[in-house]
Ligand binder design. Sequence first.
Ligand code: CA
Length: 334
Amino acid sequence: MTGRPPASPVNVDIDLRATGRQFGHIRVPHSSHESAYGWIAIPIAVIGDGRGPSVLLTAGNHGDEYEGQIALLKLMRELEPAQVRGRVVIIPRLNLPAAAAGRRTSPIDDGNLNRLFPGDPQGTPTAQIAHFVDSVLLPMTEASADLHSGGSSLEYLPCTMAMVPESAALKQRLQDAMRAFGAPVTLMFDQVSSNRTLSSAARSRGHLHLATEIGGGATTCPATQAIADQGVRRLLAQLGMITADQQPAPASRLMRVAGPSQYLFAPVRGLFEPLFDLGATVAKGDLAGRIHFPEEPERAPREMAFPDDGVVVCRRVPSLAAPGDCLLHLARDI
Ligand code: CA
């Protein structure tokens, strides 16, 4: 054994350090019944003059989250190289097989890309995508944003989110970037729910990194799409890479998620009846909802209380619920 890490079979068909605007593909080998020597072709664009910061913008990490995908498709067409100081790397559908299927996870290997970082060059296709991002794209950039929405099972108050950094200087830069993005809510997390996310990998690489949760329910609407469209441009302007041509960011409500005690999970299987709206201010112990037992109509529903005081920033979308499903989570104003 030499100790040298195994080479990745993933490659990219453009020069990531060239200037101007380039469209190309990240090529992930995938030999299947339909395509013996085939590869997964993930669209990527690199735009800029290389004389300034380098930023990675991703969406479609989860395939059923759309504001970010649409915002980045617009950005990669509309951003003129002459406008950009530095380099913007744009990938609208990072887990392409998942996005093409409209699913959170990849139908090829059931891979949840955002639970597979830092990836594995010899792993499943989804693990190979994570490894390429971690070993090639994060080291060549200094800042990144990974654009999520709630997806098929959740809906969020539109927000930017990040872990609270240890460094005071980075915390200030991060909160400036989040404020510039201009989502109605800025969510700061005290702890991570998983250290296998793109966000965790970006932090490990020293990135200025934010994520978003913009809406949900596996759809978009004009209001949430506008947040994503304008947010990515305001972020680039904040980083000094483009001249701001957007309206200034609206005020954002700064909130904190302390930990697991602010989440409510389904204890039993049945039909979930929420007794709150997204955005409601609630009190610990108040009735949050019921789970009905449609196969046992004579049985009283199970009642569930809010686990803490706070604001409901996230709720479950499907009414069908099973043990372990997240029904809501709360945050508190800072
Ligand atoms: Ca997501």
